[in-house]
Design a protein around this ligand. Structure first.
Ligand SMILES: Cc1cc2nc3c(=O)[nH]c(=O)nc-3n(C[C@H](O)[C@H](O)[C@H](O)COP(=O)(O)OP(=O)(O)OC[C@H]3O[C@@H](n4cnc5c(N)ncnc54)[C@H](O)[C@@H]3O)c2cc1C
Length: 408
């Protein structure tokens, strides 16, 4: 069974790994010229169920060793003293197992143990599903036939556009924006994080211990018009929005122009009712992004990729029915993430002066409580809770004897 996966970030490599373990022949096409790796990009979270998937893949310990290692966070607002929060304690309470890791590092680790053919610097130009298989033409001109095609190509998915329709019709903007970039550690942060809240805004800076740099992040509400491919326009827009903000923002903006890993996008959900059509399916952000940075999208991508592979293996040759079973099983998790992310967004980007005033005070109060009580309170964090209570199906009886060598 040949399966083509578009996208080699998180969902794609996890899916390829498990499909290979069940005896499929996966091919992954990725538009970047080489594997994503290393220390660029933002930090993402793996909560319990997703952590368990990587444990079953044998790479959990490597992931833990490559984690961000942030230990404390200053919560700040105008007109009040900063309050320090112990992040290690907080995360221990949020999820029975949790790790924060740079997305590039996670992809590198998943890719290092690759179990698929990878085609870099290419993309699907056209696909035709005739009911028995899918004929694919790549932008490079290559033509191949697959039993199944899966889009794991993220928020701006190519497979979704080709099969399910234009992005604008399938997106629900949550009314916020997100900008992230790397810069020198001008504040001497090390493993420390700064978070400054005001009405409609969160500005954060966190240290990246592997590079000695920091990453600056801006989350804010608004209604903006921009071209998502035009980085210069987006940088100008960020400067316009934050020119007069104060706090440490002038120092952050000084390094914006030089940033070559600048990311800017609206915080939007994908609202498809069904992420399966014949012999084509979507997994991860491509099918049901709950919104970047607010809904546990990485954990959802990992868990869903694991379940998709297992259901395809269980369905054997009836792959379309495997796709439908996958959709049915993960729908409650997708619904929870979609429901939660606007709520998470309204906490991390406070919508009222009262919320802003409460934020450092609540953090200070929490910091003084005994550890057990802190854990209890943090454990109410909804995203962590969803993944702590997700039971992973066991597909181990479907595993094929494997060669331990990764595919070159
Ligand atoms: C700034 C930011 C902060 C975030 N913070 C968090 C967080 O704190 N916690 C968390 O859990 N999640 C966070 N997320 C979300 C998280 O990154 C995603 O949910 C997760 O990466 C989804 O994985 P994925 O594999 O589905 O898609 P992606 O990681 O988006 O990967 C898609 C892949 O497809 C490739 N691709 C795109 N188009 C094509 C094409 N035409 N052909 C071939 N390949 C293609 C891309 O190059 C990419 O490699 C954040 C996202 C952003 C942008």
């Amino acid at each position: 069974m040949k399966v083509l996966i578009s996208g080699a970030s998180v969902a794609g490599p996890v899916l390829a790994y498990w499909l290979h373990r069940y005896g499929f022949e996966p091919t992954v096409v990725e538009r970047t010229p080489a594997a994503r790796h290393g220390l660029g990009g933002h930090a993402v979270d793996l909560y319990s169920a997703a952590a368990e998937v990587t444990r079953r893949m044998g790479c959990w310990d490597t992931i833990v060793a490559a984690r961000t290692q942030l230990d404390t966070m200053n919560v700040e607002r105008f007109g009040s003293r900063p309050v320090e929060v112990d992040l290690r304690r907080m995360y221990a309470g949020i999820s029975s197992r949790h790790v924060e890791i740079l997305r590039g590092e996670l992809t590198r680790i998943l890719y290092d143990d690759r179990r698929a053919e990878y085609l870099f610097g290419d993309s699907i130009a056209n696909l035709h599903d005739d009911g028995d298989g899918v004929d694919v033409t790549f932008e490079s001109g290559l033509e191949r036939r697959f039993d199944l095609v899966i889009g794991a190509d993220g928020l701006h998915s190519n497979v979704r556009r080709l099969v399910f329709g234009p992005e604008e019709e399938l997106q629900r903007p949550l009314g916020g924006y997100l900008a992230v970039y790397s810069m020198p550690d001008v504040f001497g942060l090390g493993n420390h994080t700064l978070a400054h809240f005001s009405v409609g805004t969160l500005v954060g800076v966190y240290g990246v211990h592997q590079t000695g740099q920091v990453r600056a992040g801006f989350l804010f509400r608004g209604e903006l018009t921009y071209d998502y491919r035009d980085k210069a326009q987006q940088k100008a827009l960020l400067v316009r929005e934050f020119r007069n903000y104060g706090w440490k923002v002038p120092e952050l903006l000084e390094h914006l122009e030089a940033a070559d890993d600048f990311y800017f996008d609206s915080i939007a959900q994908i609202t498809l009712d069904s992420w399966v059509s014949g012999r084509v399916g979507l997994v991860g952000d491509a099918g049901y992004s709950p919104g970047p940075a607010v809904g546990g999208g990485t954990s959802l991508a990992v868990v869903a990729a694991y379940i998709l592979a297992g259901e395809l293996a269980a369905a054997r040759s009836d792959l379309p029915s495997g796709l439908r079973n996958y959709e049915r099983i993960i729908r409650p998790l997708v619904d929870s993430s979609r429901w939660l992310s606007p709520k998470v967004m309204s906490t991390v980007i406070p919508s009222s002066a009262l919320m802003v005033r409460l934020m450092p005070g609540a953090a200070a109060m929490l910091a003084k409580l005994p550890t057990s009580l802190q854990r209890l309170i943090w454990s109410q964090n909804a995203v962590g809770k969803v993944f702590s209570s997700t039971a992973l199906p066991d597909y181990s009886d479907l595993l094929q004897p494997e060669s331990s060598q990764p595919v070159p």
